[in-house]
Structures are given as C-alpha cells and as structure tokens.
Design a protein around this ligand. Structure first.
Ligand code: PEP
Ligand code: MN
Length: 260
C-alpha cells in the first residue's frame, strides 16, 4: 500500500495522484513565483525547480544555488505549495534540507551511495529518480540505502532510460510502473519531460504513464520556455500544461483517483 506523507496537508496513497510541476531551473523571482501562482490556480500543490543543476557540460547554466532555494521559499510563501528540489552533493544537503519539502535525487546520482546514505539520515520525503543506465532492481536497491535509517517516505521517479533509440532523449519505461508496484510499496512518479526531450512528446508520455497506473507526474513548465536557461525544448507553457492537466484528471476519474 502506497503511503507517503509529504507534509501536514498532503499524503499520497493508492487512491490519490500527485501532480508536481514547475520549471527545470529556478531562474529569478518573477519566473518562479509567477509560474507557481499559475500552477497553484490550476490545482498543483507541489512546485519543482532546480537550484543545484546536474548539467552535462560545465559551460551550461549550473543553477542559482542557495539563492535559488530562497526563491523557492518565496514561491512557497506566496502560494502555500510544497517545493521539491534536487540535492547533488553531500556538502549542500543541510541547505537543501532546510529549504525543501521534498528532496530530489537526480538520475545521475541514483547510485551515489554516499549521498544516499547521508540523505537517509534526514526526515524529509525523498524522490529518487532512476539512473538512466539502471535496471529496476538497481533502483530498488538504491531505495534501500535511503530507508536504512527508517525514512519510508520515498517515491520513485521513472524518467527514461538509455536505449538504442535516438528519436527521443531517453526511452520512458512504462513497464517500470507495474513492476515497481509489484515489488515495492513506494509510489511511482512519471517524469515525461526528460524522456521526451521536446515539448510535443510530453503529453502522450504523461497520459500513457497515468493510464498505466502511475501515482503521479512531474512535469517541467516554464512561463516562457524559449527563454529557459536549461531544458528549453521540453518545457511546457502554462496553457499547454493546463490542457494536459485536464486530460490527466479525466483519466484519473476513470481510475477512481483524486488529484492532489
Ligand atoms: C531534473 O529533474 O531537472 C533532472 C535533472 O532530471 P534527471 O535527474 O532525471 O535528469
Ligand atoms: Mn530538466
């Protein structure tokens, strides 16, 4: 049975579906607070935004660091949304823990066992992304590092794996949803944005994941994707996200799940 307590207002259970949305990176106050207000109005309760960014190239935007965390706090104060952000390094964990409601472990750190052990010592819920080169059993093994000190508020995120296919950025493994449900009690949050790589593929992947029984979605939404400092091609505009949200809600009605 799925049971993850996010905060006093939000608990994810089998009859609920968690929507997480927000930009790839926190860029400035107007961007993050503005998009948070728009998303909250649509019905989203958890805001995403990276402050420490794992970029393939050191020449790319690396995130605002602590300033980004402060801006996420401002968005939380303005909207009442819970915030999720990535921790990349043991060093920055105390800071991320102070500001975040949910701690995200990125795909590239999914098997960073020293980091996982440190994160296991804190009490906030954790979203563990699947390493893009990892099997489902390796992902489950990583989750055991996170729960070794008693924290069971863990969510998996399937965000696509590397296959021979080149037409999308990664291959979303829909099969991971029933397999993880069979093998663990942790919810599965589908991230359709990173496997899609371009925004026109995000909606079909999101709807497919929802219909396959995912417990939630995490989607990149930017007030003006063309100006985004990271992952510009795959971020949705607010109107695109609103249209997707309504469809996801309809699928969940068929599945007897309420959106939180
Ligand atoms: C992200 O969610 O912004 C991100 C970097 O994702 P991933 O770790 O799955 O690549
Ligand atoms: Mn991204």
């Amino acid at each position: 049975m799925v049971n993850v307590k996010i905060n006093d207002e939000l608990t994810l259970t089998d009859d609920k579906f968690l929507m997480i949305a927000g930009p790839c990176s926190v860029e400035d106050e107007e961007q993050i607070v503005g998009v948070a207000r728009d998303l909250k109005r649509i019905g989203v309760n958890v805001l995403r935004g990276g402050a420490f960014k794992p970029r393939t190239s050191p020449d790319s935007f690396q995130g605002l660091g602590e300033e980004g965390l402060k801006l996420l706090s401002r968005a939380r104060e303005a909207t009442g949304m819970a915030v999720i952000t990535e921790v990349m390094d043991i060093e920055e964990l105390p800071l991320v823990e102070e500001y975040a409601d949910i701690i995200q472990i990125g795909s590239r750190n999914s098997q960073n066992f020293s980091l996982l052990k440190q994160v296991s010592k804190q009490k906030k819920p954790v979203l563990l992304k699947r390493g893009f080169g990892n099997t489902i059993d390796e992902l489950i093994a990583s989750s055991k590092y996170l729960s070794m000190n008693g924290n069971k508020n863990i969510m998996f995120s399937e965000r696509g794996i590397r296959t021979f296919e080149q037409s999308t950025r990664f291959t979303l493994d829909i099969s991971a949803i029933p397999v993880l449900h069979e093998k663990t009690e942790y919810p599965v949050i589908i991230d359709p944005s990173h496997p899609a790589g371009v925004n026109r593929y995000v909606e079909p992947l999101a709807l497919g994941g929802t219909a396959a029984g995912a417990d939630g979605l995490m989607i990149e939404v930017h007030p003006d994707p063309s100006k985004a400092l990271s992952d510009a091609a795959q971020q949705l505009t607010v109107p695109q996200f609103r249209a997707l949200y309504d469809k996801v809600k309809n699928i969940n009605a068929v599945l007897d799940k309420t959106m939180i």
